[in-house]
Design a protein around this ligand. Structure first.
Ligand code: CP
Length: 306
């Protein structure tokens, strides 16, 4: 078994393998139910649509059964801790757990106490590794390479998605630049040379523009009309005139229409946003296989089906 906690725990070769596996699973007409009979628990202590549901979809596609822990109607409300909740789920003989937490590094802490694989579905402002796997899968599917120029735009300061994506892209020698309002972009960022505040300059030679929403739930400072900080950083038709015509638009979701991305761009021909969602299922199938270390079982099942 393997915990899936941070992108930095994965080598370039391992990321490549997962991306290739995700795309292989996507192409298969019949997928092996190699994890049949196993149980996945999804325990999201913060809201989610894409990550939780795509893990559930991925698990079912591999033959797993899913237990969905719903925080709002659980014994958390009676004072049970997150860790005690997960130990309780583990005692019900589940085989893997996907967790999302408000606190940075909480999945790492849980992994030290659990004997089943813990998969990080996003922890505070730290990391969102499976988002990075699906983003890299989507970029590789589109460009057939990952040494790309990518501008990540918006609220970088509070973004776990940006941290995991930069970590992933850097393994492939990509050129990543960050851009957003001064209040929302750190002065330095590990693995990034260019931190820009001029959006036209940041996108002028890119292959992909990756835009992020304002993480209002993580703001420590109270801002009146925080959206005003982002007016100059909205990805819209006008800004796209400053980018190369082949540049694609990405966003991890959920989008805030006409804040960080305009209505006309969100689902335009240049947008890969729904491809990201779709690839999320395949990337998470590959992650589940990896976490449960069933590569060999899967391969032999595929061979017997061929
Ligand atoms: N991108 C992402 O993590 O979306 P959800 O919050 O809907 O899971």
């Amino acid at each position: 078994m393997r915990h899936v906690l941070d992108m930095k725990d994965f080598s370039k070769e391992e990321v490549e393998r997962l991306v290739e596996r995700a795309l292989q699973l996507k192409k298969m007409r019949q997928r092996p139910k190699a994890l049949r009979g196993k149980f996945l628990a999804t325990a999201f202590f913060e809201p989610s649509t894409r990550t939780k549901l795509s893990f559930q979809r991925a698990a079912k596609e591999l033959g797993m059964k899913v237990i969905d822990f719903i925080t709002e109607i659980s014994s958390l409300r009676k004072g049970e801790t997150d860790l005690d909740t997960l130990l309780t789920l583990e005692a019900m003989e589940i085989n893997a757990i996907v967790v999302r937490t408000r606190k940075n590094e909480a999945p790492k802490y849980f992994a030290q106490h659990l004997s089943v694989p813990v998969i990080n579905g996003g922890d505070g402002t730290n990391e969102h590794p499976t988002q990075a796997f699906l983003d890299l899968t989507t970029l590789y599917e589109h460009f057939a390479k990952l040494d790309l120029r990518v501008a990540i735009v918006g609220d970088i300061l509070h973004s776990r998605v940006a941290r995991s994506l930069v970590e992933g892209l850097n393994k492939f020698g990509a050129n990543v630049r960050l851009c957003g309002p001064e209040e929302f972009v750190p002065k330095t960022f590990p693995g990034v040379e260019l931190i820009a505040h001029d959006l036209r300059e940041a996108v002028k030679d890119v292959d992909a523009i990756y835009t992020l929403r304002i993480q209002k739930e993580r703001l420590e400072q109270v801002f009146d009309n925080v959206e005003e900080f982002f007016i100059e950083y909205q990805i819209n038709e006008e800004i796209l005139k400053a980018a190369p015509s082949h540049a694609v638009i990405m966003h991890p979701g959920p989008i805030n229409r006409n804040v960080e991305i305009s209505d006309e761009v969100a689902y335009s021909k240049r947008s890969l946003i729904l491809n990201q969602v779709k690839n999320g299922v395949y990337a998470r199938m590959a992650v589940l296989e990896e976490a449960l270390r069933l590569d060999e079982t899967v391969r032999s099942l595929e061979e017997s089906m061929a």
